[in-house]
Design a protein around this ligand. Structure first.
Ligand code: DAT
Length: 174
């Protein structure tokens, strides 16, 4: 089957858990009349899991079935996708890949507040220190569509919303 290209812009918001993907993604969708899609929720709602991760004691997402589930919506375009990873999506889906970054001490507090502790907390902080998701994004997409944005304060979020909206307008105009 031929792979279809999206008919409108799609944005991926990625980054370590706690960097603010959901907060930013939902607001971005509201302001720009886009559809907000949380990959974790899609997997849960459609029961798209395969096996169990013993290390983290959580079900493993079936990435291929998640892609099949979303293909038509993504080809339609006009989506903001929120996920803490980016390499398994088809590259053709996205016109803009935003990688949110947060200072370690701020991220630590956010994740503790969320109830993370021990290995889970440490692993996520390390993921941010080693800029794992940024490198994953740069390896998976053309560098000129990957944008790294700081997400430490509400002011950062407001600035990020404005920047992304501007980029989005440029995409729809071209
Ligand atoms: P994620 O979806 O990446 O896991 P989130 O949107 O749930 O992150 O945000 C985690 C917490 O941090 C939540 O309490 C909201 C807060 N937060 C997000 N972005 C922020 C920002 N730019 N400034 C201050 N707090 C922020």
């Amino acid at each position: 089957m031929a792979e279809s290209l999206p008919r409108g812009p799609n944005i991926l918001i990625t980054g370590t858990p706690g960097t603010g993907k959901t907060t930013l993604g939902q607001e971005l969708a509201v302001r720009n009349n886009l559809k907000y899609i949380n990959i974790g929720e899609v997997a849960k709602e459609n029961d798209l899991f395969e096996g169990f991760d013993e290390e983290y004691q959580c079900p493993l997402m079936d990435e291929d079935r998640v892609i099949d589930e979303l293909e038509d919506t993504m080809v339609e375009g006009g989506n903001v996708v929120d996920y803490h990873g980016c390499e398994f999506f088809p590259e053709r889906w996205f016109h803009l890949v935003i990688v949110l970054r947060t200072d370690n001490s701020i991220l630590y507090e956010r994740l503790e507040k969320r109830g993370y502790s021990g290995k889970k907390l440490q692993d996520n902080i390390q993921c941010e220190i080693f800029r794992t998701i940024l490198d994953e994004a740069i390896e998976s997409y053309k560098e000129n569509i990957v944008q790294e944005l700081q997400s430490n304060t509400p002011e950062d979020m407001e600035e990020n919303l404005e920047k992304i909206s501007t980029w989005l307008n440029q995409l729809t105009a071209s």
